[in-house]
Ligand binder design. Sequence first.
Ligand code: GSH
Length: 217
Amino acid sequence: MMTLLNGPNTPFGRLAWVTALQLGIEVENRVIDVYSAGFLDALNPLRQIPTLVLDGNHALFDSRVICTYFHSLRPEAEIIPMSDWAVQTRWSLAVGLMEASVARTMEMRRQASERNTPAVAKHDQRIPRVIAALEAQAEEICDGRARIDRLATAVVLEYIDFRGVIDWRDTAPRLARWLENETTRPSLMASRPYDVLPGAAGDRSTLRSQMLGSTSS
Ligand SMILES: N[C@@H](CCC(=O)N[C@@H](CS)C(=O)NCC(=O)O)C(=O)O
């Protein structure tokens, strides 16, 4: 069986996992600690998650390639309309929003004296600008069956909520209304981000049994 090397809260990894779940593709979702995953270098020299291990030595990355590979196994579901460039570009927009949101979260974890303030300021401009652009395309996003741009939008908005990156609902009411219902989609319910608090009581035991460490992004 294929193994998706993933983290407990990476939006890129969650999107890959959600895509597999939507398509009913059999894949083991294995949560690892990417920051201490030396073994990953031989599979993905970037040492990043998600990485999809096809067999012992072959791996695919990054999230875009993994999602496209899953699509190639079940093309009839049309989760990625390959020649619809508007959908593909909206997917990129949502992935760019993931990048900015993850980067800002990491930056805010630093002590104030070590924080890259111009970088935070840039994220603080980019993030609402992208949300506004997605809201402007709500007609395309907030309707219809599972498609990669819709899944990516739901995943990134939930990541933003999970990390408290920004309050976005007042400026994007159509996305907000849609997400209320979208969030009950089984693939999204089965892949909620969570924090790993080493040794904390109440860790999700089933997920914990898959843990090889603790990751946070
Ligand atoms: N472009 C990649 C981004 C993946 C990525 O940035 N993953 C983060 C977790 S959110 C990671 O592995 N970070 C560890 C590191 O870069 O050291 C994708 O779309 O899969």
